[in-house]
Design a binder for this molecule. Structure first.
Ligand SMILES: Cc1ncc(COP(=O)(O)O)c(C=O)c1O
Length: 307
């Protein structure tokens, strides 16, 4: 299935609590391997790479990155070679073992992605010309997609998340990592709507990131639902994700959408929204990360996410 064949999936009613109705936009169902916001972010980037006659894409991510898995799958679909620059030099020492033990890299490798493992120090230079030169010396001419996939073409793709009918919602919620997805949503929202981002990282630095990416003011961040920081989880969150799946038959990921939905339910329970508010929560996918997270949870003796 090519990335441009997206179809309209009806929003799903989740529940009504305290007079507030909650619906979900199932972007996770857009494509089995390039799901959610990854589909939106890669769509115009890959079209542009092909237009510019590139044959190789390079991108960056952690060892469990949704973006790495999605770029590998999308590259395979489009017949483009993919190179994943992965944070953590040590992972490259025994590649066979790394691939065997890490479900994300195993999947990316099965799609034909080649890896370059670099130190955390070098990873901080990922946006430099020096880094691109180093990579091009090794792999040849490369089309660069930044970490998390966020650039202007990605935001353009994310502007297609909301449809005309979605203007009926008072509030639209989405998880935030780099800010690209929420920026696209804000750009295509109506002024009367409020967009709320749920950062997956600690701190409020994403507010200034998003301010750089959009000019509208009808948005805000709910910054208290990061659970200690990026990819940090506790049994409360895992239990919430498992109960949500049992009750609504929708899987959530522990890094982004699980935290967002936890936050939305918490805000509703605290009467943050007035009666008759209609909320649309965007499910941005990311379910590929669950097996990797379960490995971590097993080691910590914490409950696991049901798959
Ligand atoms: C599943 C999922 N949801 C939400 C996000 C956040 O998107 P963005 O980085 O555009 O803020 C990400 C990360 O890119 C993600 O993988």
């Amino acid at each position: 299935m090519a990335l441009q064949q997206e179809h309209l999936i009806p929003n799903e009613f989740i529940t009504e609590i305290h007079g507030v109705s909650l619906f979900m936009k199932r972007e996770d169902l857009l494509h089995p391997e390039v799901s959610g916001n990854k589909f939106r972010k890669l769509k115009y980037n890959l079209k542009n790479a092909i237009f510019e006659k590139h044959s190789k894409i390079v991108t960056f991510g952690g060892a469990y990155s949704n973006h790495i898995a999605a770029t590998a799958a999308a590259g395979k679909l489009y017949g483009l070679k993919t190179i994943g620059v992965i944070r953590g030099e040590e992972l490259g020492k025994d590649l066979e073992k790394t691939i065997q033990e890490n479900p994300t890299l195993q999947f990316a490798s099965s799609c034909g992605m080649e890896f370059e493992f670099i130190s955390r120090e070098d990873y901080r230079k990922k946006d430099s010309d020096e880094m691109l030169e180093r990579l091009q010396k090794k792999f040849g001419l490369l089309y660069l997609v930044p970490e998390g996939g966020t650039n202007s073409l990605a935001i353009k793709g994310c502007e297609e998340i909301l449809s005309e009918e979605d203007k009926n919602f008072d509030v639209v919620c989405c998880a935030v990592g780099t800010g690209g997805t929420i920026s696209g949503i804000i750009n295509s929202s109506s002024e009367a709507q409020k967009i709320i981002g749920f950062p997956a990282l600690k701190g409020d630095f994403l507010t200034s990131e998003v301010e750089k990416l959009t000019t509208k003011k009808n948005w805000g961040m709910a910054i208290d639902y990061h659970f200690g920081g990026y990819a940090k989880v506790n049994s409360d969150l895992v239990n919430f994700i498992n109960n949500f799946k049992l009750q609504y038959n929708i899987a959530l990921d522990p890094v982004y959408t699980g935290k967002m939905m936890y936050g939305i339910f918490d805000l509703i329970s605290k009467d943050h929204f007035s009666e008759n508010t209609r909320i649309l929560a965007v499910h941005t996918g990311g379910l590929q990360g669950i097996p990797g997270m379960n490995q971590v949870l097993r080691k910590k003796g914490l409950p696991q996410i049901d798959v």
